[in-house]
Design a protein around this ligand. Structure first.
Ligand code: G3I
Length: 617
């Protein structure tokens, strides 16, 4: 401990942790090549995983709910597309014949744009949520078909025109069919006014008007109970086939998926997706939820997880499914309890924004490896049998490049490629390491044994694509390879600048690298809410008449500060409060620079958050 003291009990624990950390360091520096650099990327959110797979993954949102910071934070972290749950429906957006109210829809679109998300517009013609003036019109026998067409056209021109260029997909016609496959038409409950006032070709007209108003938006027919095979999905199929035959601009079919635990089989859903693909349309899962009878126990939550997982996996496996939207993401804010008395818990987050088993089912479907390694496999069978790469991984693309999306924890970050080469044509193979397609390092792989090749990046803080390009691997027909990649990993640098820190306590194995502001952030994120206890083990040096001070931050906002008034390792506890949700914790060194050459007088050994795993460098 180099002159620093601690008590005996703590020392034992620390020895164990020192041992574990030494192993980590050994792995980090490639001393154990076959399992080198097993640093886990931070848990990616659904959004990052969706981006990686080219999937729009999202939720219905309410403009009012977005004012809740915890709600908004989860939406922006987890999703890349939103659907206004009610704000673009006729009764909200067109409450009087000559009055349009865009406030709610505009707020959601602005939120989406600020956060780089897409928007699904919902909807332009439906049997429900119509303003009373439209029902009055429907009941007026003097209203002509042409007058009704003019009203529908004015609405679509105005609403789609208002959002032109801002809406990726519109649900143009919503729920036009009964469960027996017949067309809804009439002015009463559950009946579509347009079917009565215009006739069945209102559907053609609505799509044509929408396409004229925003040719770039993808146009969907959206319905429920038509996800798999059966009378209603046959009727939807026939409806879409007719639209396509008549040259009506329809791009997709929304499969709502308001399910309970008796959800249809994934195989039937896949068949339906496939036959719609053959018609030349996309499908999207547009309103998924899985309601449970309350109170829901572990068995029900596990079954719910399976349904969410299977439907997302089915979408990902389909050639024409690129959208997965849920009808609300938190049990705090779902339409289910008021429409299905006795039911609830229908979404992947509980009412305090904590992820439920269903959330992890979605992540699993998106290919998030829960294993400690992220594996890249070369095509060569011998590679597949090495180390953890038996788990499966990436194939080489035709141009000899492998890569994947990694979350970056922030701060300097080391990318490690474990590779081996075969000398061919008098040379060892070379490989380029790329971040987002740009070469950041080139290595000669001059060893026929697995070895780590590492490069430390600047402070990337968000996700990036990391790839390895095989620059000279083809050395003889039939295009055999002389370069093999076992793994690519991305991990934070775990060294403190000051050598003294490295030799103290379990910081002997490294500490956090400070950025220029004397700030460290742990890559791990945790889920919790309410009051937190942060426990920091730190030591300081009295300098310039003062002990150093240390700020604890959550999501980069200081929630507490302590004076580190001991040169021995001491435990400091800070009480913080934060909304429920996913957070990052960090420590800020508020006065640690006391003399050139910018040496430090504050040392951090570890910190942890009550209820969350201990975070150590
Ligand atoms: O905004 C008013 C509020 O001012 C009033 O005090 C309150 C009193 O009941 O009603 C509020 O409006 C409610 C609105 O949701 C907003 O909360 C309506 O009564 C209620 O009928 C409406 O329900 C929505 C329903 O569609 C009808 O538009 C649900 O939130 C919404 O989840 C549901 O969504 C539909 C999709 O659009 C289409 N597919 C099925 C899905 C579920 O039914």
């Amino acid at each position: 401990m180099l002159g620093r003291t601690t008590n005996g009990g703590t020392r034992v624990k620390r020895r164990i942790r020192v041992g574990a950390l030494l192993v980590c360091l050994a792995l980090f520096f490639g001393l154990i090549p076959a399992r080198a650099a097993t640093e886990l990327p931070a848990d990616p959110a659904l959004r990052a995983l969706g981006d990686q797979r080219g999937l729009s993954i999202g939720t219905a949102v309410g403009a009012g709910s977005l004012a809740n910071p915890a709600y908004a934070a989860t939406v922006r972290t987890e999703f890349n597309v939103v659907t206004p749950e009610n704000e673009m429906k006729w009764n909200s957006i067109h409450p009087e014949p000559t009055v349009y109210n865009f406030a709610g829809g505009d707020a959601i679109v602005a939120f989406a744009q600020q956060n780089g998300m897409k928007v699904r517009g919902h909807n332009l013609a439906w049997y429900s949520a119509n303003p009373s003036w439209l029902i009055t019109m429907c009941n007026d026998p003097t209203v002509t078909r042409d007058q009704a067409i003019a009203v529908l056209k004015d609405h679509i021109d105005t609403v789609v025109g208002h959002y032109k260029g801002k809406i990726a997909q519109w649900d143009v016609v919503n729920e036009a069919l009964y469960d027996d496959g017949t067309l809804r038409a009439g002015c009463g409950t559950g009946q579509t006014p347009w079917g009565k006032m215009i006739g069945s070709d209102y559907i053609d007209l609505a799509f044509q008007f929408a396409h004229a108003a925003d040719p770039a938006a993808k146009l969907f027919y959206n319905d429920y109970n038509a996800e798999a095979l059966g009378t209603k999905s046959d009727a939807v199929y026939n409806l879409v086939a007719g639209l396509k035959q008549r040259g009506i601009p329809i791009d997709g079919v929304g499969l709502q998926m308001h399910f309970d635990l008796g959800a249809p089989s994934a195989a039937d859903v896949a068949s339906n997706m496939s036959r719609l693909n053959a018609l030349g349309v996309e499908v999207g899962i547009t309103e998924m939820d899985v309601r449970l009878f309350l109170p829901a126990g572990d068995a029900q939550l596990a079954q719910q997880r399976r349904v969410f997982h299977d439907m997302l996996a089915t979408c990902l496996a389909a050639a024409n499914c690129h959208t997965f939207v849920m009808w609300g993401f938190t049990d705090a804010d779902s339409w289910i309890p008021s429409y299905f008395p006795g039911y609830g818990a229908a979404t992947p987050f509980d009412s305090t924004y904590n992820p439920k088993p269903a959330y992890f089912g979605l992540r699993d479907a998106l290919g998030m490896q829960t294993d400690e390694t992220k594996v890249v496999e070369a095509e060569n069978m011998s590679t597949k049998t090495v180390g953890a790469s038996t788990l499966g991984g990436w194939e080489l693309s035709a141009n000899g490049e492998v890569g994947n999306y990694f979350p970056f924890p922030g701060g300097n970050t080391t990318i490690t490629v474990v590779a081996k080469g075969v000398q061919g044509g008098g040379a060892w193979p070379t490989m380029d390491l790329k971040v987002d397609g740009a070469v950041v390092a080139t290595f000669t792989v001059a060893s026929s044994s697995w070895a780590p090749y590492s490069f430390t990046t600047a402070a990337y803080s968000v996700g990036h694509n990391v790839s390895v390009a095989f620059t000279n691997d083809y050395y003889a027909p039939p295009q055999d390879r002389n370069l093999f990649v076992d793994k690519v990993s991305v991990g934070s640098v775990v060294e403190a600048e000051n050598t003294e820190v490295k030799s103290v306590g379990h910081a002997v194995t490294g500490g956090w690298e400070l950025d220029q502001n004397g700030y460290v952030e742990h890559p791990a994120q945790f889920w919790t809410g309410g009051l937190f206890n942060f426990t920091v083990v730190a030591s300081g040096t009295f300098a310039n008449g003062a002990w150093p001070t240390l700020a604890v931050r959550i999501d980069q906002v200081t929630v507490g500060q302590v004076t580190v008034s001991s040169s021995g390792w001491q435990t400091y506890t800070v009480l913080g409060v934060a909304p429920p949700g996913r957070h990052r914790v960090s420590l800020a060194f508020t006065n640690d620079y006391y003399s050139p050459p910018q040496d430090r007088n504050l040392f951090i050994d570890s910190f942890s958050v009550a209820g969350a795993p201990t975070l150590t460098p």
